[in-house]
Design a protein around this ligand. Structure first.
Ligand SMILES: NC(=O)c1ccc[n+]([C@@H]2O[C@H](COP(=O)([O-])OP(=O)(O)OC[C@H]3O[C@@H](n4cnc5c(N)ncnc54)[C@H](O)[C@@H]3O)[C@@H](O)[C@H]2O)c1
Ligand SMILES: [Zn+2]
Ligand SMILES: [Zn+2]
Length: 382
């Protein structure tokens, strides 16, 4: 349990925690002792056990994201154990194992009540500004507020999060595996399983073999796809794609569409997925989808202001394009199910974890990512 008393500040009880703070865009994160106030109503104090390092953290740290803010504690691929709960919290209790959700599920808003989307509306506005739902921060440094990145701030020994942003998972799942379900892996799996709803026996093409693309390959396999072509520039990543169920691999480039048409009798694939964030590749994913019914699912996040070119004839002749955020997954309901499937041996998580780091080494995680060294670095807190 957290030791409270020695660290009380002002009127608000707080704990002193170690966290990786983005103080200045473009500079390395500073690992510091900062204050974390007690959870208020509807909030939960979570002790992090593991956290993946994702591109979105790096993107914000670099200053490239125009909506970024500082100072903030980065991190959003967290898994840990509930330490304490605020008033009114009923769905989790101390000791529960949880995965953090940057995409919450309130179960009450018009979007949560629809089966057609996972984009919960409950806390978007405050979350986008870096605050908890009541518009304030629990994190502070020398009395000045520090914002909560993506509502999660999991590059920290502890975090306070809204109850609606925690998925309770089986305690049997290793938490260094479970944390990958907080972002990239679920995004890829869900793109295939939820957004596209790949049908058994179909042909799929996945562009990109990072965490998201490899998840999409695994999702296509779980749906019973007959043929799964993975396209990437890296031979090593294409090898990992085979391990996740790709039946064919292709080195990407300007001729990728032509090559895919050749591989598919001139028609293209029933389902295509884009997981690179490059608009030129998004276009290839649209053009590799089959005439008549091909569905292209876009998961990559393009640079600010970039647009996707689509020749309208591709659409008139029956191709469809859709986007997918967090794989269309309703986090509290579905992340626990995906974690169970991994535990049952249906999803091989270990090959995604290339490096295990300490919180003090978080900047090394960014360097490894920039060097494309491995798929995921996971920070261990224990
Ligand atoms: N939709 C969401 O909710 C969501 C969530 C997480 C990440 N993302 C986005 O998904 C994308 C992928 O994320 P990631 O973590 O897997 O990234 P990543 O950088 O690890 O993987 C991208 C892959 O694309 C490959 N690539 C580059 N050029 C290519 C080309 N011309 N043809 C084929 N492959 C090519 C790279 O070699 C790399 O392996 C990013 O844009 C990320 O921001 C979206
Ligand atoms: Zn992420
Ligand atoms: Zn909602």
């Amino acid at each position: 349990m957290v030791q409270q008393d020695p660290h009380r500040i002002g009127k608000n009880a707080a704990v002193r925690i170690k966290a990786a703070v983005l103080e200045e865009f473009g500079a390395p994160l500073a690992v510091r002792d900062i204050d974390l106030a007690e959870p208020r109503a509807g909030e939960v104090l979570v002790r992090l056990v593991a956290c993946g390092v994702c591109h979105t953290d790096l993107y914000t740290a670099s200053g490239a994201d125009p909506s970024g803010y500082a100072p903030t504690v980065l991190g959003h691929e967290g898994a840990g154990v509930v330490e304490r709960v605020g008033d009114g919290v009923t769905s989790v209790r101390p000791g529960d194992h949880v995965v953090t959700l940057f995409s919450p599920q309130c179960r009450e808003c018009i979007h949560c009540q629809s089966t057609r989307t996972n984009l919960c509306l409950a806390i978007r506005e405050q979350q986008n500004k870096g605050f908890l739902p009541d518009g304030t921060a629990r994190l502070s440094l020398d009395g000045e507020p520090v914002r909560h990145f993506m509502g999660t701030s999991t590059f920290a020994e502890y975090t306070v999060m809204p109850e609606i942003a925690l998925a309770r998972i089986t305690p049997e799942a290793p938490l260094h595996h479970a944390c990958l379900f907080a972002c990239g892996l679920t995004t890829g799996l869900g793109a295939a399983m939820n957004t596209a709803k790949v049908e058994a026996g179909s042909t799929c093409v996945v562009f990109g073999a990072g965490m998201v693309g490899l998840g999409a390959v695994a999702g296509c396999r779980l749906q019973g796809a007959e043929r799964i072509v993975c396209v990437d520039l890296s031979a090593g990543r294409l090898e990992l794609a085979r391990g996740q169920g790709a039946t064919d691999t292709l080195v990407g480039g300007p001729n990728a569409v032509e090559q895919i048409l050749e591989m598919t009798g001139g028609f293209g694939a029933d389902y295509t997925f884009e997981a690179t964030g490059l608009v030129a590749v998004m276009r290839q994913a649209v053009e590799s989808a089959r005439m008549g019914w091909g569905l292209c699912t876009i998961a990559g996040v393009a640079g600010k202001g970039e647009t996707l070119d689509i020749i309208p004839r591709y659409l008139i002749t029956g191709r469809r394009v859709c986007g997918s955020s967090f794989g269309g997954v309703k986090g509290r309901d579905q992340v626990p199910q995906l974690v169970e499937r991994a535990l049952a041996g249906e999803i091989d998580v270990e090959p995604f974890i290339s490096h295990r780091l300490l919180l003090d080494e978080v900047n090394r995680g960014f360097e490894l990512m920039e060097a494309q060294d491995g798929i995921r670095s996971v920070i261990d807190f224990d």
